[in-house]
Write a protein that binds this ligand. Structure first.
Ligand code: ADP
Ligand code: MG
Length: 609
């Protein structure tokens, strides 16, 4: 056999890697701004046209690059910021992976102009999809100017995926705000299609906050300060009376790097407990300084997530500092876990006392419990064509062990040697006696899981698997209330969770049949999907919940399936009460009958002269 493995050409490898770093114009903006900051600029200008889709330009007066460095900066893993592995732990600069410029250059037409102070003449490089098209000396100011044109011009799918201009501008604006708040000592300006959006003078943090968010912030800022052996914290929180109804304008920086942390956000919110109403969000900009040895920022290429080795202490420091700032650390009540838990039990009791009217019949239960195997196909053939009668469909088949295709069945029995293939990662094609059966894998699995979930809900048999790492889930107040209300049902599905302070749950277990590892996303998704269903379908609560979980945990289009998995799906679908349709009425399968195929060929021959 000849050798078949080859290295990808650089341009393709770069394009693939680029997708991780550059997801949208805002990610390019972030990287370019951070590079300017790292280069020691005191003045940085950002220009975008057409929401960054046509142009993103960042001009700085920083250190600039020599001719060789300019060329090197476009190589993947080329960085002036780390030399050896130890440096990774003492990181102070924003960038460090040396991927940003290479990634951006892989998916755009990029022009780089740069000059270090000690050279008379600068360098111009023009790259297009990782190919250097031109490099020449150029007269230019000290510093660097990078223009990124037509982002994703060579990846149409990516480009089409971009959102409307206002949405993309909003993302860019968010990244801009994060960078300028972290560096108030640097002057920044921002132009959108030639109009000045911001012109921020260098100054103190408080001045920067006011010039970014407006004069009204002058009165509402309460300074925050705290220092322990482990961390230093400083920043501002908004006074409770100024809290807004929408989230946003909440910033936490660790060593000057913006991070997202529900955990630390929770600490801040706890300090506000009792001071602001339900559904209000206070303003805050907090900076945490910590020895880089105690954190790990290298867990995601876009670097907004971070791990602390002692996150409890940091939680405590944040909570204390914000309480102090609010001047109410004696007044604001501590989180009362007991009280919250009581709410759940009360609700639970109330719901279980109610009589439950449900869409459920005995036959259904009976049907799902039988495990003896009779072949559905015989029954299918008995009925004509693709429509099974209710009774045929209700015939039992073997119970199979798995639901989510990722967990392979341990023993699914021998797969009959029948023609069975996956088409386009979407459809399962299966030969049946009357023709060829086309099954929509996603729709089918939705139907299967729906019926199983519903059964679990009704019989309260939802088994749970304990999560290795319990995760906290913070919900919008309305969603939190909704989830609380449905807590008994959600538990019946197999979730284990408890109230964890204001608007949060800690999820400790998920249904046994779901692939672990995405607890938080699954729980949030469940609530989201439930609301979604509520808006579009009028289903009773349980049906809705069963469907919500089916949609979130089911096999999707695009998922490659093993032969056993395909076979199981078809069998399980045929075992469903209503196999022909998804719970919201979309077809799950049809059969292309031989008779029909025949007519195609006959027609052909009939046309022959
Ligand atoms: P990283 O920032 O992770 O090092 P980048 O791909 O963003 O990786 O940049 C690669 C290198 O190019 C940087 O390490 C730096 O030496 C140089 N560089 C990038 N942008 C600038 C700039 N605006 N001014 C000076 N040097 C820059
Ligand atoms: Mg960088």
């Amino acid at each position: 056999m000849p050798d078949i493995i080859q290295l990808l050409p650089d341009s393709i490898a770069n394009q693939i890697a680029a997708g991780e770093v550059v997801q949208r114009p805002a990610s390019a903006v972030k990287e370019l701004l951070e590079n300017a900051v790292d280069a020691g600029a005191t003045q940085v200008k950002l220009i975008i046209k057409d929401a960054g889709k046509v142009l993103i330009q960042v001009i700085d007066n920083g250190a600039g690059m020599s001719e060789t460095d300019a060329r090197m900066s476009l190589e993947r893993h080329a960085t002036s910021k780390i030399r050896k592995t130890e440096d990774l732990f003492t990181l102070r600069t924003m960038g460090f992976r040396g991927e940003a410029l290479a990634s951006i250059a892989a998916v755009s037409q990029m022009e780089l102009k740069t000059r270090p102070a000690e050279r008379e003449i600068g360098t111009l490089i023009f790259v297009e999809g990782s190919e250097v098209r031109r490099q020449e000396p150029v007269a230019t100011e000290v510093g660097t100017s990078i223009s990124v044109r037509n982002l994703f011009y060579n990846i149409p799918a990516r480009r089409n995926f971009l959102k409307s201009n206002p949405v993309e501008v909003r993302h860019i604006n968010e990244e801009f705000q994060r960078v300028v708040l972290a560096h108030p000592q640097i002057g920044f300006s921002f132009y959108i299609n030639d109009d000045a959006e911001y012109d921020l003078l260098p100054g103190k943090l408080s001045q920067r906050i006011v010039s970014v968010f407006g004069k009204s912030y002058q009165q509402q800022l309460a300074p925050c300060q705290e220092e322990t052996d482990l961390v230093k914290l400083h920043g501002y929180v908004g006074r409770p009376e100024a809290a807004r109804k929408t989230r946003g304008e909440q910033f936490i920086f660790v060593n000057n790097r913006f991070i997202r942390s529900n955990y630390l956000n929770h600490a801040v919110m706890s300090a506000f407990e009792g001071l602001i109403g339900e559904g209000s969000f206070p303003f805050y900009v907090l900076f945490i300084e910590i020895d880089p040895r105690h954190i790990d920022v290298n867990i995601h290429p876009t670097k907004t997530e971070i791990k602390f080795d002692d996150d409890r202490s940091i939680y405590g420091v944040v909570l204390a500092a914000v309480r102090q700032a609010l001047g109410t650390h004696n007044l604001s009540p501590a989180i009362d876990f007991n009280e919250d838990v009581n709410i759940v039990t009360k609700l639970e009791r109330a719901t279980s006392d109610q009589t439950r009217e449900i869409y459920f019949d005995e036959r259904f239960q009976h049907h799902l419990h039988r495990t003896n195997l009779e072949h559905w196909e015989t029954l299918l053939e008995a009925g004509k064509g693709s429509r099974l009668t209710q009774d045929q469909a209700r015939q039992p088949v073997r119970e199979l062990k798995f639901e989510s295709a990722v967990n392979l069945p341990e023993t699914s029995g021998p797969v009959p040697d029948r023609w069975l293939v996956q088409l386009e990662g979407r459809y399962i094609l299966r030969q049946v006696r009357s023709g060829l059966m086309f099954v929509d894998q996603q729709a089918a699995h939705e139907r299967i899981l729906f019926e199983k979930n519903l059964q679990r809900l009704v019989l309260k048999t939802g088994e749970s698997q304990q999560s290795l790492f319990p995760q906290t889930v913070e919900l919008a107040p309305a969603d939190f209330a909704l989830a609380l209300e449905m807590a008994p049902e959600i538990r019946a599905l197999g979730f284990r969770f408890e109230v964890f302070g204001r608007n949060s749950f800690v999820v400790e277990g998920i249904p046994a049949h779901v692939t672990p590892g995405r607890e938080k996303a699954l729980f949030e998704g469940l609530v989201e999907q439930f609301k979604d269903n509520q808006a579009t379908l009028s289903l009773p609560i349980r049906e809705n919940l069963a469907l919500a979980l089916a949609r979130r945990a089911g096999i999707r289009h695009g998922q490659m399936l093993q032969k056993e998995e395909m076979s199981t799906i078809v069998d399980q679908l045929m075992a469903c009460k209503t196999p022909n349709f998804t719970p919201d009425g979309k077809p799950t399968f049809f059969i292309f009958e031989f008779g029909k195929i025949e007519t195609y060929f006959n027609r052909q021959s009939a046309q022959r002269p």
